[in-house]
Design a protein around this ligand. Sequence first.
Ligand SMILES: [Zn+2]
Length: 217
Amino acid sequence: MCVVCGWWTRSAGIPRRDPAGRSSVCAACAASLRPGGEVRLPSGVLVRSLLEHGGPIRKAVHAMKYRGADRVASGLAPLMVDLLPTGATALVPVPRSLPRRARFGTDPGRALATALARTAGLPVADVLRAPVLHRSQIRSRRRGGLRFRSVSRPPGGAVLVDDVLTTGATLSSAAAACRGAVTAAITLTRSRSGGGGSRLTSDHGSPDTRARNPVHG
Ligand SMILES: [Zn+2]
């Protein structure tokens, strides 16, 4: 089954595994995927994203966030291992706000971090807590990023894990709550103008970050 669109693609041929044999993506989805690249947020946090947020992957992320599609996190998180900076010590999931977690029954950042931890052989440092907000407050707060608190300081070199990089405000807030322990983050996708900071790599990534298209190899 293709981990992006969820189809058994008999008509499109057998889904192709990525070069390391970790996940299967059908030819139609593979042709549409673009690497997410790397940006540095104004807060100084370096963010690497697996894919650009568009086309089939946009629908896949939507399915993960709102319909609890497990295939997306379990199928694509292993590919995020190539985004991890050298010397990463732990994965810190960026938690979803409590009302949204209750409403949709999923926490995408945690699902991705848990699935990635198995591939990366790193511990999950589940130290961040989202604020308890009334549903009506969430939309206005999201623009400025949720204000997180941490129950303990993660180890130095820990890396934030989230589903989508949009403004970067959420990741900057999450990093601030980690009190200096975190300087890097990885996300499954990046919206086209995501991060707002200075773009460090082209759409094709660069060899030293290995932020290339994981499906085309
Ligand atoms: Zn597909």
